[in-house]
Ligand binder design. Structure first.
Ligand SMILES: Nc1nc2c(c(=O)[nH]1)N(C=O)[C@@H](CNc1ccc(C(=O)N[C@@H](CCC(=O)O)C(=O)O)cc1)CN2
Ligand SMILES: Nc1nc2c(ncn2[C@@H]2O[C@H](COP(=O)(O)OP(=O)(O)OP(=O)(O)O)[C@@H](O)[C@H]2O)c(=O)[nH]1
Ligand SMILES: [Mg+2]
Length: 454
């Protein structure tokens, strides 16, 4: 979408449900005149239909008379719709050839294929939602756990927008104060006192919101965890225990897992991308060697490594070497697991968590340790608004440093026009978060990450 030349009125259409065989498929359209455009294709009277009420009918090609599907349709009259403009939704059978026929009929009837996020973009430009809510829409769709979904829903309902608006009002209040002093510089009346309390409150509030990003990011993007260790240590057994299903092949043959496996799991609502990997050992076999190379890549990209040790035979000399090295360069966490505790007669190394991937003993403790490692650097956040987008966090930091500059300028007795300039920067950053101030490339980047039909 090029926002400079963007025509918000042309008619767009897209399949809003997955491109797959399914019970129903929803086709969404929006744009000035879309009711008139679809009306000749539909057997029932769309033109006089009440807004947002379902209507039954047959959709057919007016040129050939061919019936395309038996459907339900809904009209939305402007501005009472998701996009804020006239819209029609078609609820069809979820048949791939059927969907294709209907879409191609729409494209022959004055509609064009919507680009990703275009419906939500229209909702934004028509004032139906600010940018924090628009971002929340896609976050709801892509959330991996119930907890992540609730947090995004909270933002969709405006929790973050309200917080930002509050900061905007504070900043605007200060700006008004500075403006008065600019207008009457050397007045005989005393200058009003500087808003030191407001500045302090604003700093605290912004800081809180910035800190919430560590938690927001964890829930929205998830954490990458890889199981690593020598062959036969029990990595695949532990992988299956995390998944609560028999996904990875387990056997007492060394080198059973050749290629890595991955799966999303939920650790008490935290989305985790878990990897089972090929056991690390010297190998002559080129296929196994490639598996080990891939394992190293996965280990490289993981946030946390669960290093699985075989408690039934004790530490190998390589493992002793590894344990002696620093666990976390580049912020990577390492958790040592002493597996096969049920048959182990060897004392585990210090700091290792004893578990059995077969009996499940020690597993709850491992989950606890993982949770506390994941949240180690995260500030405590309540049910308040949480920031989870880097874009929002960076803008909040810009606003924060602007407020700090204002504070310093006051302390240093700098003239009011300097304060006003710093404050302007604060208002600018806050406005970019909600989208009052926005450049077209930012919008373009944001909405292009959306699903088509959203
Ligand atoms: N069929 C259908 N289901 C859907 C959506 C949709 O667009 N269509 N949504 C799309 O994401 C979500 C619901 N969001 C929606 C948001 C606003 C409006 C709407 O018509 N708003 C009007 C009227 C509001 C009111 O009556 O209070 C408006 O804002 O003026 C519809 C759906 C999920 N389910
Ligand atoms: N007694 C006992 N046996 C276990 C435990 N965990 C795994 N095993 C057994 O150890 C053997 C190897 O387990 P895997 O999970 O396949 O080991 P792995 O680390 O994935 O091995 P590779 O894929 O070859 O690297 C299997 O026979 C498992 O049943 C455990 O906690 N206790
Ligand atoms: Mg394995």
């Amino acid at each position: 979408m090029n926002h400079e030349t963007y025509d918000p009125d042309d008619r767009i259409a897209a399949l809003a449900t997955p491109w797959a065989e399914s019970a129903l498929a929803v086709i969404r359209t929006s744009g000035q005149g879309c009711i008139d455009a679809i009306s000749p294709l539909f057997s029932a009277d769309l033109i006089h239909q009440k807004s947002r009420e379902m209507l039954y009918g047959i959709l057919s090609d007016p040129h050939t008379g061919e019936a395309l599907d038996e459907i339900m349709a809904v009209v939305f009259r402007a501005p009472g719709s998701y996009t804020g403009q006239e819209s029609v939704e078609l609820y069809c059978h979820g048949s791939l050839p059927g969907i294709q026929k209907i879409l191609s009929l729409l494209f022959r009837s004055g509609f064009r294929q919507a680009s990703p996020g275009e419906f939500t973009f229209r909702a934004f430009i028509n004032g139906k939602m600010d940018l924090t809510r628009a971002e929340a829409v896609q976050e709801i769709i892509s959330s991996k756990t119930g907890k992540a979904q609730s947090m995004a829903l909270n933002r969709l309902s405006g929790s973050l927008e309200k917080r930002i608006d509050h900061f905007k009002q504070m900043a605007a209040g200060m700006a008004a104060l500075f403006a008065i002093q600019l207008d009457y510089p050397d007045d005989e009346v005393d200058a009003p006192p500087m808003p030191m309390n407001e500045i302090r409150d604003m700093k605290r509030g912004l800081k809180e919101l910035i800190d919430s990003y560590t938690v927001g990011k964890i829930y929205q993007e998830g954490v990458i965890i890889a199981l690593a260790g020598r062959t036969n240590a029990g990595k695949s057994s532990l992988f299956n225990l995390f998944l609560k299903e028999d996904r990875s092949i387990v056997s007492d043959v060394h080198g059973t897992t050749r290629d890595y496996l991955e799966s999303w799991i939920s650790l008490g609502g935290i989305p985790i991308r878990l990897y089972d990997t090929a056991g690390l050992r010297q190998s002559e076999d080129p296929v196994e060697e490639e598996g080990i190379r891939r394992t190293r890549e996965v280990m490289e990209n993981a946030h946390i490594l669960i290093y699985v040790l075989d408690g039934s035979i004790g530490l190998s000399s390589e493992e002793e070497d590894i344990l002696r090295t620093e666990p976390s360069e580049g912020g990577k966490e390492r958790i040592l697991v002493w597996n096969k505790a049920d048959i182990s007669t060897v004392t585990p190394p210090e700091g290792a968590i004893s578990i059995s991937a077969v009996t499940g003993e020690g597993f709850t403790e491992l989950e606890e340790v993982l949770r506390s490692r994941i949240f180690r650097d995260a500030a405590h956040v309540g049910s308040e608004a949480v920031v989870d987008s880097l874009r929002q966090k960076e803008l909040l930091e810009r606003a924060y440093s602007g407020v700090v500059k204002v504070e310093e300028a006051i302390h240093n007795g700098l003239p009011v026009d300097i304060l006003a300039m710093d404050l302007h920067d604060v208002l600018q950053a806050l406005g970019e978060i909600t989208g009052e101030v926005s450049s077209s490339d930012i919008l373009e980047r944001m909405f292009s990450n959306f699903c088509v039909g959203k």
